[in-house]
Design a protein around this ligand. Structure first.
Ligand SMILES: *Cc1c(COP(=O)(O)O)cnc(C)c1O
Length: 466
């Protein structure tokens, strides 16, 4: 399997190189040159498989001969055995034909574990084979950092440095990062905000000289193809559990960078009957504005009760735009260059084509809290604020009540106690047993000034082979 850039100019790469690369050299994102396609008969034959067996069938064509089948199977068994539920991604029924798929049974209680638990293992496997070492550098305002650290804690060939804004992430989120033990794990609290952290990471990727040419930086943010690939699997799992592929499904996906929902779009293209995908956003609604009015325009960032969806632009949306433009990299390049200067639209027939599958909704904090309270009162079931936005959007956008509607449950409610309290509920969400002592564990992090030279000096001094 070969991978090409959405901007049409960077060289095509194989799976291993795509794994180790962030952005393509032309500024685009890598996508598979062609997708595998499964017949209904083949998908039907997967009924009753374990999550990890299903994951093998769905992902193997993407990995191809980069990893021998037996090694890949073992890696998937290891990856999904760390989840706290036997089915890995259990479904919970909310109402007639309406479901939540709980994607928060992994070590850090958010869906990002599905991809990052696998990514850490894939990286270590490929680096062992190549006798190479990488330094991962990333910035986080919450979930990505902890999931990446958990995913890489056992990697022999990876040092990970995660920057978070000092005193500006929630205590649960900080402790999930800073209590993980491992001499390859480095938490840096920057005396600045999230944008400062992100800028330092971006500049460091642009100029890696501070590592003295001894190793390279690798990215674990959602532009990494392997993360998208791992997220395709649970769409198949949900469908097979509810009568697919012999009936269509609808999914509602709490969306920030468009990674999770793009995986659903790929599942459909690979043969899974999906009749509707609902893009659920908070007040950072650039995608909702595009889907409802064909206008793509950046607004100011708003801080909301669903911080993991607080974005101004959605990086993975570029991958959909590439398909909508008949895979013409030059057209995508021009469009996105124009988008950085002001509002843009796409040709009406292309937009209408997208609207056949996608609907969208934007839900503010008030609507989020109302939904958390409503679902608790109806079902004694607690939603986290991100999932609540998904459920609200699912109900607002539903096209056909005979089609099962599945909202992706992206985080455990105990990660966001403030939103639950703001909903007026007195019930307190409990951390699961394996994390019950989170507030007693020792923390380990270094506070540094908002200064890139100091941060780079720290990294150069602390990675293993330095
Ligand atoms: C990251 C995240 C999202 C958004 O996912 P994207 O792939 O960026 O669209 C939604 N909910 C939670 C809890 C997250 O951590």
């Amino acid at each position: 399997m070969r991978y090409i850039s959405t901007r049409g100019e960077a060289p095509a790469l194989g799976f291993e190189d795509v794994l180790l690369t962030g952005l393509a050299s032309d500024g685009g994102l890598y996508v598979p040159e062609s997708l595998p396609h499964f017949s209904l008969e083949e998908i039907r034959s997967w009924r009753g498989l374990s999550y990890s067996e299903l994951a093998f069938n769905v992902m193997h064509p993407f990995v191809d001969d980069a990893i021998p089948a037996d090694d890949f199977r073992k890696m998937l068994d290891d990856t999904y055995s760390v989840f706290s539920h036997q089915s890995v991604a259990p479904l919970v029924q909310l109402d007639a034909n309406e479901w939540v798929m709980e994607l928060f049974r992994g070590p850090t209680l958010a869906f990002k574990d599905f991809a990052l638990q696998l990514l850490g293992r894939l990286l270590d496997y490929v680096l062992e084979k190549r006798k190479q070492h990488v330094v991962i550098m990333g910035a986080t305002s919450g979930d990505t950092g902890s999931a990446a650290i958990e995913g890489c804690r056992r990697c022999e060939h990876v040092d990970i440095f995660i920057l978070h804004p000092h005193e500006r992430v929630s205590e649960v989120q900080r402790r999930q990062m800073t209590t993980v033990k491992g001499d390859n794990i480095h938490n840096i609290a920057v005396r600045g905000n999230f944008d400062d952290c992100q800028r330092m990471v971006k500049e460091s990727f642009g100029n890696q000289g501070f590592l003295a040419g001894k190793t390279q930086l690798a990215a674990v943010n959602s532009i990494n193809w392997a993360r998208i690939m791992a997220q395709i699997v649970y769409y198949f799992q949900a469908s097979l559990a509810l009568g697919g592929p012999d009936r269509s499904m609808a999914f509602s996906v709490p969306t920030g960078n468009f990674g999770d929902i793009f995986a659903g779009y790929l599942a459909k293209k690979m043969g899974l009957p999906i009749s509707q995908l609902v893009i659920a956003t908070n007040r950072n609604d650039i995608l909702h504005r595009f889907m409802s009015g064909n206008k793509y325009e950046q607004h100011q960032l708003e801080h909301t009760l669903s911080p993991s969806m607080d974005i101004m632009v959605s990086s993975n949306f570029e991958r959909l735009l590439f398909d909508l433009h008949g895979r013409d990299g030059q057209a995508v390049k021009t469009l996105l260059e124009n988008a950085s200067k002001g509002p843009v639209s796409i040709e009406d027939y292309r937009w209408k084509h997208a609207r056949k599958l996608f609907d969208s909704d934007a839900v503010d904090d008030k609507g989020t809290c109302e939904t958390i309270r409503e679902i608790y009162e109806q079902n004694e079931y607690l939603l986290d604020p991100h999932t609540a936005i998904g459920v609200r959007a699912a109900r607002n956008c539903r096209r056909d009540s005979s089609v099962p509607m599945i909202t992706l449950g992206t985080a455990h409610p105990a990660k966001f106690p403030d939103a639950i309290a703001e909903s007026g509920l007195t019930v307190k969400p409990q951390l699961p047993a394996h994390m019950a002592d989170l507030f007693e564990r020792d923390e380990n992090y270094t506070v540094l000034d908002n200064n890139i030279a100091g941060v780079q000096e720290f990294i150069a001094k602390h990675w293993k082979n330095a």
